[in-house]
Design a protein around this ligand. Structure first.
Ligand code: CTP
Length: 412
């Protein structure tokens, strides 16, 4: 461990009022030993559990807790701290702090700094099992995740209350490993052009009706954010969805139908070194869409004539340039792996990310996903159920490995 792997990195370590605050001392030591500059921000309740003297001695910086230092009247600027930080880690994060963060309740220095943080934020919850299992905590964590915060899930085990269950803060070594991984992986797509399709398509029947599907776009947006975090220039072509793009390196192109998505894809994928097809494209569209609303009166039934939509992945795959990596998705109900392998060949892809609708927590509208990655060399990698953000990281790790040549990629 003597390596200065975090040399020059600016980290704000937020500490809140939980028993696990004693573990923050070990985390702080690991960060400082790895060369990071660490500014501790502690809540008033946090100081009941661990003394600022210990923390400032280890970090070599005065600990910040209040907006003003009582005796000198010195003002601590949360905006400056937010700009200074390359990463903010809140460990331990109590249910109360998580709730405040999820709702923007900036009544202390720590949450105010969080609201000013420009870079990545990680949160390591720590609380008793009932508090962790409470619907409000679940809701608030989900909100934080939707806001782009990385949650370091608590481990199961014996808690300070002697109860056994989930809620114990992840061990400092594991949090440290996540921090190292964040900084290491950050640049592995630097300057790489990535194009992504995401969300559903809407195929117009008349001005008020369409054929669509349940895709939320969450997986594609998570992939776009992760690519951008790792330094890529991203074009995100998305069908109708209610998500926002956060990273400034993502160019968003909104489309509605499969035909519009194909037109945008032809432009955006032309010079992309990595192409990811995560959109749930409607396979068919109405043969004609009416310009006026179809009326109910005077009809006893209705037959819609449908025509086939273009296969965007297959069209882009057919003109793939050597060295480009193309990744598709397959959502299957039966013969999952052989269907995914067939799609890989048929569409000239390098990787297919397979979700089975049989897996609980996988597929449409969920915040989680369970995937297998099917590769050209026949290898299939199975992953456990994870948050879509973590799944995005796994997919991109696979892409980076393919690009590095560590895995054989067949250019066809
Ligand atoms: N895809 C696409 N354009 C289409 C259909 C699919 O770009 N018109 C892409 C999807 O984004 C996905 C992959 O192709 O990456 C596989 O999608 P899927 O719907 O599973 O495949 P289909 O070829 O439509 O096969 P199926 O008969 O199973 O629907």
């Amino acid at each position: 461990m003597g390596n200065k792997t975090l040399s020059g990195r600016h980290i704000v370590l937020g500490i809140t009022g939980g028993i696990a605050a004693y573990k923050s001392v070990s985390l702080l030591r690991l960060l400082v030993k790895a060369g990071a500059e660490v500014q501790v921000v502690i809540t008033p309740a946090g100081k009941e559990f661990i003394t600022p003297v210990t923390l400032s001695a280890l970090s070599g910086r005065p600990v910040v807790s209040e907006f003003f230092t009582a005796n000198t009247g010195e003002w601590h600027s949360h905006v400056d701290l937010g700009l200074w930080a390359d990463l903010m880690v809140i460990a331990p994060a109590t249910a109360s702090t998580i709730a405040k963060m999820a709702n923007g309740v900036a009544d202390n220095m720590l949450v105010t700094t969080y609201l000013s943080a420009k870079e990545h934020v990680m949160v390591a919850p720590a609380m008793d099992l009932d508090m962790f299992a409470h619907p409000s905590t679940t809701r608030n964590l989900r909100q934080l995740e939707a806001d782009g915060v990385e949650i370091i899930a608590p481990a199961a085990g014996e808690l300070a209350s002697h109860l056994v269950g989930k809620g114990r803060m992840e061990e400092p070594e594991n949090i440290f490993a996540r921090i190292e991984a964040f900084f290491n992986s950050r640049e592995d797509l630097k300057g790489v052009r990535v194009a992504i399709t995401a969300g559903p398509t809407y195929e117009k029947i008349d001005p008020v009706r369409f054929i669509g599907n349940y895709s939320s776009g969450k997986m594609g947006f998570a992939i776009a954010e992760e690519c951008a975090r790792r330094g890529a220039d991203v074009s995100l072509i998305c069908g109708p969805c209610s998500l926002d793009v956060k990273h400034p390196s993502i160019k968003r192109i909104d489309v509605e139908s499969a035909v519009e998505m194909l037109e945008a894809a032809k432009r955006e994928f032309a010079d992309a070194e990595v192409g990811i097809f995560s959109a749930a494209v409607a396979d068919y569209r109405p043969a004609k869409s009416e310009s006026s609303k179809i009326k109910r009166e005077g009809t006893s039934g209705m037959t819609l004539e449908l025509v086939k939509n273009p296969d965007i992945a297959a069209e882009i795959g057919a003109s793939k340039k050597p060295g480009t990596i193309l990744v598709g998705f397959a959502l299957e109900t039966d013969n999952e792996k052989s269907n995914a392998a067939h799609k890989l060949e048929k569409k000239n892809l390098d990787m297919v990310v397979l979700n089975s609708l049989k897996d609980k927590g996988a597929g449409f509208r969920c915040d989680t996903n369970k995937i297998s990655i099917v590769l050209r060399d026949g290898e299939i990698l199975d992953f456990p159920l994870k948050s879509k953000r973590e799944v995005a990281a796994d997919i991109i790790d696979g892409i980076v490995e393919l690009r590095s040549g560590r895995r054989r990629v067949k250019d066809v």
